[in-house]
Design a protein around this ligand. Structure first.
Ligand code: ADP
Ligand code: MG
Ligand code: MG
Length: 884
C-alpha cells in the first residue's frame, strides 16, 4: 500500500488524475481530472480503494495512518470552498459522502448527502440562507440517508413518518410542507433513528463523517454490490474508494436544480445532448422516478446561461475523454457545478454508431473504434425487432429507454421472475413494476424486457436494461400496477400475472398480447465497423449451420464457411424420421441398407443446398453423432411407440424391445459418435456417399465446393484409420461412377481428453482438427452438461469456478488439452505430411468473446459459432489480434 491514503481535489488542481481509477475509483479519478481541465467541481477528497482493502484486513477498521490525512483534507476543502467550516454552528459547510469503485456500478452503493448538520448548525443554516424550509428539509434528508445507509434503519420507517405528517397536515406533496412542519418531521425522524439505533442521532459532524466512511466501505460487501459483481463477472478489484465532497444545493429554490445527462443519445448513439433535470431538487430525485423530470433541452429556456455553459462542458469532456460521457450536475442559485463524469453506458446500437461517428469526427482511429465496442453488446443489434406488420395496436406509450422489441408473460416482482424462470427455464417473461431498484437485478436479468410505470431515461431500470441490451420502457403512467392483487391495468384493460404483454423499447409503445419478432440485418455503421474489424483479425470465422437458411443468414453476417454441420438434425425431418426408425429397428444389414437407401436422397439434397449456400467456402460435415435411441420414443412413451408402430408397420412390443436393448445408463459416454459407423459401417457409407455425390452435383453446376468430412468422438487413432479408409473407398467409388473429381478432406473432432493427448498419432491420419469443446469440457471435468443445474450455481457462488466452463473455455484445464492437441497435432502433420494442420473450434465457445481470445492466442485457424454470433466472433477476433 502506498504512503498516501487521501487525495484532494478542487479549484483547478488535484492530487490525483483520471488515470488512477484503480486507486481512486472511477468517480474520484474523474472528479480530479475534471478539476485539472478547469471544469467547475465542488472541492473534496478521495480516500483510496487501498484503504478499503486495509479496512477489511484490519477487521473493518479505518487504518490509523489515514485519519490525520482525512482531517487535513477537510481543512483543505474548507479553504478552497471559500472558508466555510465543516460543522460550523453558524454557517456550516456540508458534505456528501460518495462511494465509487474502479468500475461504475450504478446504484450499488449509497450516497449520503448534507452531512455535517446538527441541531445547532441547522439553525445556523436557516438563518444564513434565510430559508428555514430548506435547512430543515436538508436535515430530515440527512437523518433518513444517514440512518438507512450508515446505521441500518429502514428507509420505509422514515417514509411512513412523512406520509403520516402529510395526512395530518392534509397536503399532497412533500413540497407543500412548511418549515415548521419539517422541523416537526426532524423530531419524528430522530425518534425513528433512536428507536432503531438505540442512540441519539450524532450531533457531532466528525462522528457522522467517520461513520459514513465506514458505511461506504461496508457497502462494498453488501448484498446488492456482490450480486452486481457476480452478474457482471467483475473480479479482482481492491474495493471502493470514498469521495467526500462539499455540498452544493439544487434545492435552494427556482434558480437551482439538478440533472443527469449523456453527451450523446445512449440508445441510438445520435450526436445530441440527452438527459433530464429537475428544478429545485436534490441528488437522486431525478433518477429515483419520484417526480417526472424535464428533458435537458428545456433548460435552455429556463436557465439559458447555465445551459450554454453545460453545452460547452459537453464538448470539452468529449474532446478530452474521447468518448461519450454520462454526467451529473447541480445548479445552486444560478451557478453550475459538475458532480460526476464517466464513460456512458450505451446500447450496442449506440456503441457502434458512436464508435463509427467518432472516427469520422477524427476523435479516435479505426482500431480504437474496434477495441471500444463490447462484442457481446452487438447482441443488441442482433436482437429481434417487433414485426412492423403486426396488427396489434399500442395501448399505451412510455419513455423509450432501451431499444428492441420483446414479448413476455407478466411478472410483477423480481422474486416472481426468479421463481418463474426456475420452474420454466426459457419461458419469456416481462418484468412489470412501478420502478426497479438494485435489489431487483437478478430478476431483471431473467426478463426479456422491463416495463415501469414511473421513472425517466436515467432511472435504474433504464440504465441497467441498456447495459444488458434488453428492451425497456419506463415512465409509462397508463400502466397501473396492483402487486398485491397480481394485476396490471392498462388503459382500462386488466391483465393478470402470466398474461402476455409486449414492449417496443425503440418507440416506447406498449401492447397487450404477443407480437411476433423479425430477424435483424447488418447494414450501415454496423457493417462499417465490421469491415474495420476484419482488417485486423487473424482468425477466420465460420458458423454452425444445419440448413441452407441458417447458412445464408450466417454468410450475411460474414461467415467464411461452416465449421459444424450436424447431420442428425436432418434425420429428424418429418419425411425421413420413419426411415431412420426403420433402419434402427431392423436386425439385418440388408434391412438397414434398405432403410438407409430411403434416407440417402434427402441427405444428398440437404448437402446440395448447403454447398450452394456456402458457394465455395469450406463446409465441415460431421457424421452421425448421437446414440440411436435418441431417434426412438422414450421407454415410458406408450402413445409415441404406438404411433411409430403404425407408421412403419411393426408391433409396439418390437419397438419397446429395441428401446430396451438400446437403453444406456450414461448416453453421453455410450454407443455414439464414431462408434456407430464402426459397428454399422453402412450408416457411415451412406453419409459419405451423400456428401460426395452432393459435391459432384454442385461442381457440375460450375460452382466450387470444399467438403470436409468430420468423424466425431475419436479417441483412438485406430478408429480413424478404419473409418477413413472406408470413407475414401466410398468417395472414390462415387467419383469414378460420375467421372467427376472433387476435393475433399477427412478430419476429426478432438473432444476426448485421450484424443488431445494422442493428437500426434491422430494427426498422421486427420487432415484437420476441430475441437468440440462441449464434449471436451464434459469429459475433462466429468460434468454432464445437462446435469449441472444442481451444483453449478454453488460452484460459481463459492468461486470454485470463476465462470461456467460450458459458457467460457476453462483455460487452465480444458485449455491445456487444447494447447497440447494443437502443438502435437501440428508438429506431427508437418513431419509426416509436410502439411499445415488446420485447427478450429466448433463448441458453443466459438461465439464467446473470452474463448475467442483464447483460440486466437493458441493459434487456431478459425472459430465456428451460431449464425447470430458471427459478428460477435468477428469483433472479438479483431480485439484479440489488437490486444498486445
Ligand atoms: P451514484 O454513484 O449512485 O451515481 P453519487 O455519488 O453520484 O451516486 O451521488 C448521487 C447524487 O447525489 C449525485 O448525482 C448528486 O446529484 C448528489 N450529490 C452527490 N454529491 C453531491 C454534492 N457534493 N453536492 C450536491 N449533490 C451531490
Ligand atoms: Mg446511487
Ligand atoms: Mg452518480
Amino acid at each position: 500500500m502506498s504512503q498516501k491514503h487521501v487525495y484532494s481535489f478542487g479549484g483547478k488542481t488535484a492530487d490525483g488524475n483520471g488515470k488512477q481509477k484503480e486507486l481512486l475509483g472511477g468517480k474520484g479519478a474523474n472528479l480530479a481530472e475534471m478539476c485539472l481541465i478547469g471544469i467547475p467541481v465542488p472541492p473534496g477528497f478521495t480516500i483510496t480503494t487501498e484503504v478499503c482493502a486495509a479496512y477489511y484486513e484490519a477487521g473493518k477498521k479505518i487504518p490509523e495512518a489515514a485519519v490525520p490525512e482525512i482531517d487535513a483534507a477537510v481543512t483543505k476543502m474548507e479553504a478552497v470552498f471559500g472558508g466555510k467550516k465543516f460543522g460550523d454552528p453558524a454557517d456550516p459547510l456540508l458534505v456528501s459522502v460518495r462511494s465509487g469503485a474502479a468500475l461504475s456500478m450504478p446504484g450499488m452503493m449509497n450516497t449520503i448527502l448534507n452531512l455535517g448538520l446538527t441541531d445547532t448548525s441547522v439553525e445556523g443554516l436557516a438563518k444564513k440562507t434565510g430559508n428555514p424550509r430548506f435547512a430543515y428539509d436538508s436535515f430530515r434528508r440527512l437523518i433518513d440517508m444517514f440512518g438507512s445507509t450508515a446505521m441500518g434503519c429502514e428507509h420505509e420507517d422514515f417514509e411512513h413518518e412523512i406520509h403520516k405528517l402529510k395526512e395530518e397536515k392534509k397536503v399532497k406533496l412533500d413540497t407543500d410542507l412548511s418549515a415548521d412542519d419539517l422541523k416537526e418531521l426532524v423530531k419524528r425522524y430522530k425518534a425513528v433513528y433512536k428507536k432503531h439505533v438505540g442512540e441519539d442521532f450524532p450531533n457531532d459532524p466528525r462522528k457522522q463523517l467517520m461513520l459514513s466512511i465506514n458505511a461506504v466501505f461496508n457497502s462494498w460487501h453488501g448484498h446488492k454490490a456482490v450480486e452486481y459483481r457476480r452478474i457482471e463477472r467483475i473480479t479482482g478489484l481492491k474495493g471502493t474508494a470514498v469521495n467526500v465532497q462539499a455540498m452544493v444545493f439544487g434545492n435552494m429554490g427556482e434558480s437551482s436544480g439538478t440533472g443527469v445527462a449523456f453527451t450523446r443519445d445512449p440508445n441510438t448513439g445520435e450526436n445530441v445532448f440527452y438527459g433530464d433535470y429537475l428544478i429545485n431538487a436534490q441528488g437522486e430525485d431525478v433518477v429515483a422516478g419520484i417526480r417526472t423530470p424535464e428533458p435537458i433541452a428545456k433548460l435552455e429556456e429556463q436557465m439559458p446561461k447555465v445551459y450554454a455553459q453545460l453545452v460547452e462542458i459537453r464538448q470539452t469532456l468529449e474532446k478530452h475523454f474521447k468518448d461519450m460521457q454520462d454526467i451529473e450536475f447541480t445548479v445552486q442559485d444560478g451557478v453550475l457545478y459538475m458532480l460526476q463524469t464517466r464513460n456512458g453506458k450505451r446500447t450496442g446500437t449506440a456503441a457502434v454508431k458512436i464508435a463509427v461517428d467518432m472516427v469520422k469526427e477524427k476523435l479516435i482511429d479505426e482500431a480504437t473504434a474496434v477495441k471500444r465496442v463490447n462484442p457481446d453488446s452487438l447482441n443488441h443489434l442482433l436482437q429481434p425487432q417487433l414485426d412492423p406488420k403486426s396488427k396489434i395496436k399500442p395501448v399505451a406509450q412510455g419513455i423509450a429507454a432501451s431499444p428492441g422489441g420483446a414479448s413476455g408473460k407478466i411478472v410483477l416482482s423480481a422474486e416472481a421472475a426468479v421463481e418463474h424462470a426456475a420452474k420454466h427455464p426459457g419461458d419469456p417473461i416481462m418484468l412489470v413494476r412501478k420502478e426497479t431498484s438494485p435489489e431487483d437485478v437478478a430478476g431483471m436479468h431473467l426478463a426479456r424486457g422491463i416495463l415501469t410505470s414511473t421513472g425517466g431515461k436515467a432511472s435504474h431500470a433504464a440504465v441497467v436494461a441498456r447495459g444488458w441490451g434488453k428492451p425497456c420502457v419506463v415512465g409509462c403512467e397508463a400502466v397501473k400496477i396492483d402487486e398485491k392483487a397480481g394485476v396490471v391495468v392498462i388503459s382500462g384493460q386488466t391483465l393478470k400475472a402470466g398474461d402476455f404483454i409486449t414492449i417496443n423499447g425503440t418507440t416506447g409503445d406498449v401492447m397487450i398480447g404477443k407480437v411476433e419478432t423479425i430477424a435483424p440485418s447488418m447494414t450501415g455503421d454496423f457493417s462499417t465497423l465490421m469491415t474495420w474489424a476484419d482488417k485486423s483479425r487473424k482468425l477466420k470465422i465460420r458458423t454452425n449451420a444445419d440448413s441452407p437458411a441458417d447458412a445464408l443468414k450466417a454468410r450475411e453476417f460474414g461467415a467464411e464457411g461452416i465449421g459444424l454441420c450436424r447431420t442428425e438434425h436432418m434425420f429428424f425431418g418429418e419425411d425421413r424420421i420413419s426411415a431412420v426408425r426403420e433402419m434402427i429397428l431392423s436386425t439385418t444389414e440388408e434391412g438397414r441398407k434398405k432403410a438407409l437407401a430411403k434416407i440417402e436422397p434427402y441427405q444428398k439434397a440437404d448437402f446440395v443446398g448447403i454447398f450452394e449456400a456456402m458457394d465455395g467456402f469450406p463446409v465441415t460435415i460431421r457424421l452421425l453423432d448421437p446414440p440411436l435411441h435418441e431417434f426412438l420414443p422414450q421407454k415410458d412413451n406408450k402413445a409415441g411407440a404406438e404411433a411409430v408402430a403404425k407408421q412403419i408397420g411393426v408391433t409396439v412390443e418390437k419397438i419397446f424391445e429395441r428401446v430396451e436393448e438400446l437403453h444406456e445408463m450414461n448416453p453421453m459416454m455410450g454407443f455414439r459418435g464414431c462408434r456407430l459407423p464402426l459397428v454399422f459401417p453402412e450408416i457411415g457409407d451412406m453419409q459419405v456417399r451423400a456428401i460426395i455425390e452432393a459435391a459432384i452435383e454442385v461442381k457440375k453446376k460450375g460452382k466450387s465446393v470444399l467438403p470436409e468430412i468430420m468423424i466425431p468422438l475419436v479417441g483412438i487413432v485406430e478408429e480413424l484409420i478404419i473409418l477413413k479408409k472406408r470413407a475414401i473407398a466410398v468417395a472414390e467409388e462415387a467419383m469414378a461412377k460420375h467421372g467427376v473429381k472433387v476435393e475433399y478432406q477427412i478430419g476429426t473432432m478432438i473432444e476426448l481428453p485421450r484424443a488431445a493427448l494422442t493428437a500426434d498419432k491422430i494427426a498422421e491420419e486427420a487432415e484437420f482438427f476441430s475441437f468440440g469443446t462441449n464434449d471436451l469440457t464434459q469429459m475433462t471435468f466429468g460434468f454432464s452438461r445437462d446435469d449441472i443445474k444442481g451444483f453449478m450455481p454453488t460452484y460459481l457462488a463459492h468461486k470454485i469456478l470463476p465462470v461456467d466452463p460450458f459458457q467460457s473455455i476453462d483455460v487452465n484445464g480444458v485449455g491445456q488439452l487444447i494447447e497440447i492437441g494443437i502443438q502435437k497435432g501440428r508438429k506431427s502433420r508437418t513431419e509426416h505430411h509436410k502439411q499445415h494442420l488446420k485447427v478450429g473450434i466448433c463448441g458453443e465457445h466459438g461465439g464467446d468473446p473470452d474463448s475467442v481470445h483464447f483460440c486466437h492466442k493458441v493459434g487456431m485457424d478459425y472459430v465456428s459459432c451460431s449464425p447470430f454470433r458471427v459478428p460477435i466472433a468477428r469483433l472479438a477476433a479483431a480485439q484479440a489480434a489488437l490486444a498486445k
